[in-house]
Design a protein around this ligand. Structure first.
Ligand code: URA
Length: 267
């Protein structure tokens, strides 16, 4: 959708600060956009604009960064859901199971779909978008952005087991890339998510860069620890904040810019 089509559809596009415009267009975060401006890389109607208070009218002004024209994002929607347990990651389930579609505004935003998947019993950050190109880039194996999980496991991870995961463990569908592993101490506030943890369990933080089926559960099982519960709290540059289980929220301009920045090079 062009800016004037957006305006015609009633979305209010008013003059805005240049750094906000750049962030909304997905060029960089607001801070990053300010840096681009002060570095003299941004022009408005041909004139270098370093003044942080400058405003632009997206319907009229031509903004360029390093000579390339920048337009407002095309109206794609990006939101995060705090997925609760008990929902399958699909927009329609012929078997009638509860699915994540019922938790996000899919009627308001046709074409909204989840980027990747979490198991039915996994909780945490699930990204949704209508931007197929970004989703494809985010799911591409070369998109090596980090995902952080908290896993409640039976028993306690030994140093040797943690090292095996950090070196890159072999699963039946091939070797895993090295993971970052952290055994959380009792009382670590991050472990509070598993408030009613049964006796004999402990919490492991795991950062991986891949997205294979049941990957975290299989990795931990491979070193002898069954996963009792699993929660994802980050996805690339995004952190799960500001919402409760079952709630969703739109990404902020800064989050969207960082996400799109992270897909650059993949599309
Ligand atoms: N790894 C898993 O095993 N399950 C998930 O839901 C996500 C990552």
């Amino acid at each position: 959708m062009t800016n004037s089509e957006q305006a015609a559809q009633g979305e209010r596009i008013v003059p805005m600060r240049l750094q906000k415009f750049l962030a909304r267009a997905g060029v960089a975060s607001r801070r990053g956009s300010e840096n681009l401006m002060t570095a003299g890389r941004v022009r408005v109607n041909g004139a270098v604009t370093t003044e942080l208070g400058s405003k632009v009218d997206p319907l009229v002004d031509v903004v360029t960064v390093d000579g390339r024209e920048v337009r407002l994002a095309d109206g794609s929607v990006y939101l995060m859901l705090y997925k609760p347990a008990g929902y399958v990651t699909t927009m329609r389930d012929p078997g009638g199971r509860r699915c994540v579609a019922s938790l996000v505004p899919s009627d308001r935003y046709p074409g909204l779909f989840p980027v990747g998947r979490l198991d039915r019993d996994t909780t945490g950050l699930l990204l949704f978008t209508t931007d197929g190109e970004a989703a494809q880039a985010l799911l591409h194996p070369s998109f090596e952005k980090k995902k952080h999980y908290l896993a409640l496991v039976h028993g306690w991870l030994t140093h040797a087991e943690a090292k095996a995961l950090e070196d890159g463990i072999e699963l039946d569908d091939g070797p895993c890339a090295p993971a970052r592993v952290e055994a959380l101490r009792m009382g670590d506030p991050r472990a509070a998510i598993f408030a009613d943890a049964p006796k004999g369990t402990s919490v492991v933080g795991l950062t991986i860069h891949e997205g294979r089926k049941h990957q975290v559960k299989r990795m931990l099982e491979a070193v002898g620890h069954e996963v009792v519960r699993l929660h994802r709290d980050t996805f690339g540059p995004l952190r799960l904040t500001g919402i409760e289980p079952g709630q969703w929220r739109m990404l902020t301009d800064g989050e969207r810019a960082r996400l799109l920045e992270a897909t650059r090079g993949e599309r």
